[in-house]
Design a protein around this ligand. Structure first.
Ligand SMILES: Cc1cc2nc3c(=O)[nH]c(=O)nc-3n(C[C@H](O)[C@H](O)[C@H](O)COP(=O)(O)OP(=O)(O)OC[C@H]3O[C@@H](n4cnc5c(N)ncnc54)[C@H](O)[C@@H]3O)c2cc1C
Length: 257
């Protein structure tokens, strides 16, 4: 087949580097901001996928990192949300320096495992730590789109672990989803909680997962994303609670968070 021959001799177009321009920046929290990008050759993406982003200094030094796509496939644009690590090489630049009109090198979309499709059956259970909310937000946004809603009537629950309430990315949008009964949103704050906080105030643990997740007999599709330590402990606990490992998809963002 021509397509097979083509694939074997050429890099697929979606993995070629190209220059995207920053259309807008939005401060989401004191440490995170969203960049909306205009990508000249964009073949579309699936909720949960990411891109590679490359910064090139004048002396030729390059730094490359992965960033999940926050926008829904149906939104017709590419939005990334980056959380600043103060001692990081790339994220402070993306959070503090990049401005509308700037260009960044990008390739993607990448990833075929950590994706959710509206046609998937079974409840959707999302577990996020910190910026791990980003690809899960793409799933929530995709599910909420009117044109896919009819196909995606599965119930969804999000368990989101953040340091403080101010660190909750997309907080207003999540509150709207919860108010509209589009999703059940459960927050847990691992550091400071505001006065009168009645929600969870600790790291995600077994008791919390038992209380928030559907029982394994309901066969939820589970997506866990965030710092490596959170992802590994949550995935292990869910399997101990009886969830099939094949239904627990994970994405690790980095060291310990
Ligand atoms: C598939 C994938 C998708 C990702 N999507 C996103 C996203 O949507 N938003 C986002 O903000 N980040 C995301 N990340 C993380 C991102 O790729 C970078 O690792 C992160 O921005 C830090 O890069 P840096 O250059 O600023 O820090 P570095 O210079 O690489 O590291 C600085 C210090 O922070 C530690 N560190 C590195 N990464 C992390 C981390 N994730 N958590 C805690 N400590 C860390 C390092 O060990 C080092 O001590 C994703 C990672 C992967 C693999």
């Amino acid at each position: 087949m021509n397509e097979a021959i083509g694939e074997s001799v050429a890099t697929p177009p979606r993995l070629e580097w190209q220059v995207a321009s920053v259309v807008s920046v939005t401060q989401e929290t004191p440490r995170a901001r969203t960049l909306v990008l205009a990508v000249p050759r964009w073949a579309g993406h699936r909720a949960g996928q990411h891109v590679d982003l490359r910064l090139v200094a004048e002396d030729g030094y390059q730094a490359q990192r992965s960033y999940s796509i926050a926008s829904a496939p149906a939104d017709g644009m590419v939005a990334l949300t980056v959380e600043r690590l103060d001692d990081g090489e790339v994220s402070p630049y993306l959070c503090d320096v990049v401005q509308p009109g700037d260009g960044v090198e990008l390739r993607g979309p990448i990833g075929g495992y950590f994706v959710w499709e509206p046609a998937q059956r079974g409840p959707l259970f999302l577990v996020a730590g910190g910026s791990g909310i980003v690809p899960l937000m793409a799933m929530l946004r995709q599910r909420g789109r009117a044109d896919v809603a009819a196909r995606a009537q599965v119930p969804v629950r999000l368990l989101y672990s953040a340091r403080t309430l101010d660190d909750v990315i997309y907080r207003a949008e999540l509150e709207q989803l919860a108010d509209a009964s589009q999703a059940e949103v459960v927050l847990t704050l691992t550091r400071q909680a505001p006065p009168g906080w009645s929600g969870y105030h600790r790291r995600v643990d077994r008791t919390m997962l038992e209380a928030v997740s559907w029982p394994s007999s309901d066969e939820p599709n589970v997506y866990v994303c965030g710092p490596t330590s959170l992802v590994e402990s949550v995935a292990t606990l869910l399997v101990e609670l009886g969830h099939a490992a094949s239904r627990v998809r994970t994405e690790r963002f980095g060291p310990t968070g």
